[in-house]
Write a new protein. Sequence first.
Length: 369
Amino acid sequence: MPNKATDQDLDTFFEKLNSTNRERELLVPPMGAVDLCSNDYLCLSKHPELIHALHEGIELCGAGSTASRLVRGHRAVFDSIEKKTAAWLNAPTALFFANGYAANVGTLSALCDASYECFVDRLAHASLVDGVRLSGAKKSYFRHNDMEHLESLLKKSKSTRKVIITESIFSMDGDRAPMETLEDLAARHESLLYVDDAHAVGVCGDEGRGLSSSGADLRVITLGKALGLEGALVLSNERLRRFLLHQARPFVFSTAPLPAIAHAALTAIDLARRMDAERTQIQNQAQILREKIKSEGYSSGLSTTHIVPLILEDEKAALDCAETLTQKGFHVKAIRPPTVKESRLRFSLNAGLDDAQFTALLRALEGIG
Ligand SMILES: Cc1ncc(COP(=O)(O)O)c(C=O)c1O
């Protein structure tokens, strides 16, 4: 027997979806098109040394981990990657999670409860928002990167348990959070600072160390973006790590990630650290792309990094422009509400974009829209 209540809810959902023309599809990337939408910023997912390391990890550690790390899923290689990541990023300790979503949801829901107030940047990633929601903490959203607004909320707060939550580079706009001001506000208002460095690690900073400094109490990096794999690490002091090991539910109640991923991540970090030339190339191209977008009469919003939006007037324009560029051999995605307020193309630049392809991209943008 179909569940009638559910059927009605699905009908409502699909009617709304049809009326807003926001149906999503799962599409295999177009063959041969230049990648301008993945988060594989250093192209490590295709790097022969990393692929070799992953094979090697499977040979050494087997296919699956077989259980939660607290049962039988733990392997020495998880200790190795945690220590190596912590040393690279100047953090006391690190704890490995299956992915960034699990790391953020698991950490925030373990850390906070109804006695906390979380100050969350309005544009923070869904995994951060979901973690706060699940924790039951009071949510106070501050206007995107608006430190005066954040401070006014902190001043008004009666809570003695505060957490400021932000990304270091915002994934849809490509702008940076003002890290020093955030650290200062956290210190002055006795708040914890939680920074998601997913889009900065590997691509920004000296030896790809990202943008969140050790001034943050909790930092999250993901392996699924510039490091070409999957997984995430939460960086913190020893006591917080020990707490998360007991209390972060996606860590405790889920089969440990493939140990081979941790083995390969050791190589990914070595490779990423050496890629200063690629980091410079990506940032230079991003600057030229922003200038091109401006000269075509469009805005690239707040971008100052390798993520460059081209803001368009509406959803249809964004879809049409993405289609035009895809036909010209560039794989770019239209990002539309409700993911973002203003429809846009989101270019994410990567180290594989050579001079000829980049010049062709600039040409393809002439008269776009
Ligand atoms: C800022 C940010 N944090 C966390 C995540 C989630 O990471 P993962 O893809 O490893 O689950 C993403 C995107 O995927 C992200 O953009």
